[in-house]
Design a protein around this ligand. Structure first.
Ligand SMILES: Cc1ncc(COP(=O)(O)O)c(C=O)c1O
Length: 352
């Protein structure tokens, strides 16, 4: 759900995409993103487009023909990184785990040492499974072979510790519509100094004009027109980020953790098991397994019709096996958890 203050911010009069107030807002977003990503990086911006545009920006700028990309995958979105890297000319090598299975970080280190890639890609918060993957051991292993690390933080930013600097992530991207409580439409991204230096050594120009980070930086710092970015979305994001800063990151993480844990306790009391082992679960997106014989579409249809509650199902190898229920951003409240548990109890009784 979108925070009411964000809706309010979006009603502010529109200014042009080259107006001084637009650039002032972009500058505030840059500073606030540093806080929310927990980084001293100054190269922070919101790419126009959804989370996928952040992924495209990360890949297009740091992968060129011949770049070796080591992909760690245990879910759907990691494989999308691989697909994009191939399209931008990269050579992708994969270390794959079953969807929803944690990595063995010794194996990750061995894989990275053996492959010696220039770039390592992984998804910190895998929305297809509800799994949190640890950034630190991945970044440490990548550091040993001087590889850049790209982290997908689409479902962690604003809800769980992303900790760009502490983990050593070189490039992290996210979206506006999840932990930040805004509508979809912008993709926050942060890039560290090492990555910017590496980018200068590219042999070929970035093959996608729209997400060329150098052109975007020149635009957002008021030096050169690039595209007509939406001031309305920038107002929304600035408000969403200001709300995070007012609450405080630690307090916000704690809120997400508590509400997630209350949700888990509640579904377990209903006899459901969580897909992801304890200690590896997202606090933003919960994936309880459906009891045998219960039809996923019936449960979700009932929740939507009777309670106006939108939930997601599993897909790929998890189709029909799990529910995916968000407790993120503005929606992560004790009241919402109580409501969904009540509704789930009713829906499961009807569906079995
Ligand atoms: C982990 C992850 N990465 C990337 C994306 C793509 O983001 P979007 O749908 O906003 O383009 C999503 C979308 O849910 C996601 O969950």
């Amino acid at each position: 759900m979108v925070a009411p203050r964000v809706y309010q911010a979006m009603t502010q009069p529109l200014v042009g995409h080259l107006d001084p107030f637009f650039f002032q807002t972009a500058e505030e977003v840059r500073t606030l993103l540093g806080y929310v990503f927990s980084t001293a990086n100054t190269f922070n911006m919101a790419v126009s487009g959804t989370g996928t545009s952040g992924m495209e920006a990360a890949i297009a700028n740091f992968v060129e023909p011949g770049t070796k990309v080591a992909l760690l995958t245990n879910g759907f979105f990691a494989d999308r990184i691989g697909e994009m890297a191939r399209r931008h000319g990269g050579t992708v090598v994969r270390l794959a785990r079953d969807w929803g299975t944690p990595y063995d970080y010794d194996e990750v280190r061995e894989f990275i040492r053996r492959e010696r890639p220039q770039v390592v890609g992984f998804v910190q918060a895998e929305t297809s499974t509800g799994m949190f993957n640890q950034a630190k051991p991945i970044c440490d292993a990548a550091g040993e072979v001087d590889a850049l690390v790209i982290a997908d933080c689409v479902t962690s930013l604003g809800g769980m510790p992303v900790l760009v600097d502490e983990n050593g992530i070189d490039i992290a991207y996210s979206c506006s519509q999840k932990g930040l409580g805004c509508p979809p439409g912008l993709a926050p991204i942060t890039v560290g100094a090492r990555a910017l230096e590496r980018r200068k050594q590219r042999k070929t120009p970035v093959d996608c004009f729209y997400v060329d980070l150098e052109l975007l930086d020149a635009y957002y710092t008021g030096r050169k027109y690039h595209h007509t970015a939406s001031a309305t979305m920038l107002y929304a994001l600035r408000e969403g980020l200001a709300i995070v800063a007012e609450e405080g990151l630690e307090a916000r993480w704690e809120r997400h953790r508590k509400n997630h844990e209350a949700f888990v306790a509640g579904v377990e009391a209903l006899g459901m098991k969580m897909l992801v082992p304890e200690g590896h679960r997202l606090w933003t997106l919960n994936t309880p397994c459906l009891p045998a014989g219960v039809d996923d579409a019936r449960v979700r249809g009932y929740l939507l019709e009777k309670y106006s509650m939108e939930t997601a199902g599993g897909f790929g190898p998890l189709a029909g096996k799990i529910l995916r229920i968000g407790t993120m951003g503005y929606s992560s409240t004790a009241e919402n958890v109580a409501l969904i548990l009540e509704a789930l109890k009713d829906a499961l009784a009807k569906a079995s």
